[in-house]
Design a protein around this ligand. Structure first.
Ligand code: MOS
Length: 721
């Protein structure tokens, strides 16, 4: 079955009745409360801290800073194979590396007392001018030649083209702003530590906390059964988490920290801004000749974090020659990190805008231009796709959208005072997987229980895991109980890279096959009472470790070490991607230049879909986020001092109901028998990819103004003086 039943979320009732425990909801007796103090300068050093007013606040227990540090070591940076969101620890020196960095931690009897004390801290700085944004002086570029791809002679291929696009596209920084605020609650029982923290990676967090505290990872338990929005922002170990645990050890009491919305902008990760130089040439009949994509990405001074989307844009279409590259631009900023489709969201804005620009130059329908350059094998190494339904997606979405009425003329259509434009773009995401272990218990009453340290970050993982187990065993979904989000469970995968469903379902099917094998049963004929009677046992339990086919022996060993080993996308012997096509209609007001998106239709093919309903929700959620990427979201950094000036959800704009009008996701059936045993491709991230380009392309169609940056604002469409 390629599209699974639209089973309602099994945790839905818990969530809507407020009964689901998110990390900060766990009760730990009478905790102390911690509050962060963050820097107000963008670069420099702390010269003095006067905490007398803070200590005078009733109930204040401790004030930690570089002058009174907590015993916390730095853990390895996740971008270098570790778990931590950055490579340095706060309080290791008086240095301030960016605006909003943690410079103090106050612990008090009450939340309000901790907040008051934190705000009473008098921190003096020696301040320098930061280089915080593109164009600032003092940025430090680091070329990463081994991250680039090269095939053929790019200059020759560009020369052989009859039309070419050569442009620079830029994307602005974005901040996650999940509904659930960041937090950490730490409780010690002797030398056993339990940490409640919203997490997409409980195993990695446990190992990282142990590393930072210098204790055995077996003594750390990380609990995060429900997550109120992950999107990558809860995928690497927070800087403050081990600090809270160390403070709890120091105080001999549980400690709870709520990170404010504003502090979440600077103390957690984010999507950094990019600049991309893009070249694409084509022959007169539309065949692509040369493709070049060079990115520049902002990171912190200390850490090299790049998403390097050219790695995947290069795999999309035919090309005679390919060259990609990436440069890390070290700036006085916090270290960036994962955000939904980290490489693809920014880099496909450039690719899919560029393909559209070329279609106009060739006077060719942009859908047909993509069809001409559709391929079976990625062009760099010639490795075949496990399956690729890109054009099926275009055809399905185009038909639903009414694309046959498309006329390639700027301003062809108006309605009253509105200029109407249409645009389309490709969506994709590499199909990735990671080693995953599950334990399944099945008993004579027909009930099954599944344990795995995977995560439901709001995606529907509880439901999909229950469905997969039920389907494989041959029992009803409501006979399956699922436990996730606890590092004491069998090691699952990070909830990142859209790997969870493929990895979990593959492991579940392996464990269930072992059960059937031992019991001599099949899903089709499963009758638990009879089966267990014949088997002569009241219950059975099986454990399976699933290792993805392309994983090396070394990667397989990461399973019990809190390390991540993601394989997939462009591999040596297969290329695995999910595909989609997005079609947008925009309206731009003739006089005010207000931009609306009355219609957004996407079609996606991602192998076997486990649950039609939760899958559609993933696509729609991604597309809505894509509207934000195109038109609204912008983390504004003041170049003078590196301060984020809209660090709140009043001024950091995201799409709300009126911004989202007709919205539809079409599920295109696809069977992929090569990608993994489950036949599942990831769908958590693909929905945002291409949306911004589809909207920008529609804006051009409506107005004739080609905007090569996100977000597109009213002022971009004003008549140019
Ligand atoms: Mo996703 S950005 O890989 O959590």
């Amino acid at each position: 079955m390629s599209i699974g039943n639209p089973v309602h979320r099994i945790d839905g009732k818990l969530k809507v009745t407020g009964s689901a425990n998110y990390a900060a909801d766990f009760s730990v007796g009478t905790p102390l409360y911690a509050e962060l103090v963050t820097s107000t300068v963008g670069l420099g050093r702390v010269t003095s801290i006067d905490d007398s007013a803070a200590r005078a606040v009733p109930g204040v227990r401790a004030v930690y800073s570089h002058a009174n540090p907590l015993p916390v070591d730095a853990a390895d940076f996740f971008g270098a194979g570790g778990r931590a969101q950055q490579s340095w620890r706060p309080f290791e020196s008086a240095d301030v590396r960016f605006n909003g960095e943690i410079v103090g931690l106050v612990v008090a009897d009450t939340l309000i007392g901790a907040r008051e004390a934190a705000r009473s801290m008098r921190v003096q700085y020696e301040e320098q001018d930061p280089a915080a944004v593109f164009g600032a002086s003092g940025l430090e570029p680091e070329d990463l030649p081994d991250r680039g791809l090269s095939m053929g002679d790019i200059e020759q291929a560009m020369e052989a083209s009859s039309q070419r696009v050569e442009e620079t596209y830029t994307t602005y920084a974005n901040t996650h702003n999940a509904m659930e605020l960041f937090s950490t609650t730490a409780q010690w029982a002797g030398d056993e530590l339990t940490v409640y923290v919203p997490s997409q990676w409980v195993e990695g967090f446990a190992a990282g906390i142990a590393e930072e505290l210098g204790i055995d990872a077996a003594r750390v338990r990380v609990v995060s059964p429900y997550v109120g929005g992950g999107f990558g922002g809860k995928g690497s170990l927070f800087t403050w988490t081990a600090m809270v645990a160390a403070a709890a050890r120091d105080q001999g009491r549980p400690v709870k920290l709520y990170v404010t919305r504003e502090q979440g902008f600077t103390t957690a990760s984010y999507r950094a801004e990019t600049e991309q130089d893009f070249r694409l040439g084509a022959t007169a009949d539309g065949r692509f000749t040369g493709f070049e994509h060079q990115g520049r990405e902002i990171s912190s001074r200390a850490d090299t974090y790049v998403v390097n989307g050219g790695e995947n844009t290069a795999r999309m279409y035919h090309a005679d020659a390919v060259r990609t590259g990436v440069t890390c631009i070290h700036a006085d900023r916090q270290t960036p990190g994962f955000m939904r489709a980290p490489p693809e969201a920014p880099y496909f804005f450039a690719l899919e805008s560029g393909v559209d620009e070329l279609a106009w130059k060739l006077s060719m329908d942009p859908v047909e231009l993509r069809r001409i350059n559709d391929i079976d094998a990625e062009p760099v190494n010639g490795v075949p796709f496990t399956s690729r339904s890109l054009m099926e997606c275009y055809d399905a979405a185009a038909e639903r959208f009414g694309w046959s009425d498309y006329e390639q003329t700027v301003g062809a259509r108006t309605e009253g005072d509105w200029l109407v434009g249409w645009g389309c773009a490709t969506a994709t995401y590499p199909t990735q997987m990671g080693p995953c272990a599950v334990r399944i218990h099945f008993d004579a009453t027909g009930q099954a229980r599944v344990w795995v340290a995977s995560h439901d970050v709001g995606t529907g993982a509880y439901t999909v895991i229950a469905q997969a187990t039920a389907l494989a065993l041959g029992i009803p979904v409501d006979s399956v109980k699922v436990e996730l989000g606890d590092s004491r469970l069998p090691p699952g995968t990070i909830a990142g890279g859209s790997i969870s469903t493929a990895s979990n379902v593959s492991a579940i099917e392996m464990a269930v096959a072992q059960i059937h094998d031992r019991m001599g049963t099949t899903a089709e004929t499963m009758d638990p009472t009879a089966a267990f009677e014949a088997f002569g046992q009241r219950a059975i339990e099986e454990y399976a470790e699933w290792i993805p086919p392309a994983a090396s022996r070394q990667q397989a060993k990461t399973l019990y070490n809190g390390k991540v080993a993601i394989v997939g996308g462009a591999e040596e012997d297969y290329t695995a991607f999910a595909f989609g096509a997005q079609f947008a209609e925009v309206r731009v007001h003739k006089y005010t230049r207000e931009i609306r998106v009355p219609r957004l239709i996407g079609a996606f093919a991602a192998g076997r879909i486990m649950n039609e309903q939760t899958a559609r929700s993933q696509y729609l959620g991604g597309m809505i986020w894509g509207i934000g990427h195109a038109l609204l979201e912008k983390t504004e950094v003041d170049p003078r001092n590196g301060k984020i000036v809209n660090a709140n959800i009043a001024e950091y704009l995201v799409p709300t109901n009126a911004d989202v009008q007709e919205l539809e996701a079409i599920l295109v059936p696809e069977t992929d028998t090569k990608v993994n045993p489950a036949g599942v491709k990831g769908i958590g991230e693909i929905g945002i990819v291409g949306t911004a380009a589809a909207i920008a392309n529609a804006v051009y169609h409506a107005t004739g103004t080609r905007v090569r940056h996100t977000p597109i604002h009213v002022e971009d469409l004003l008549p140019q003086a």
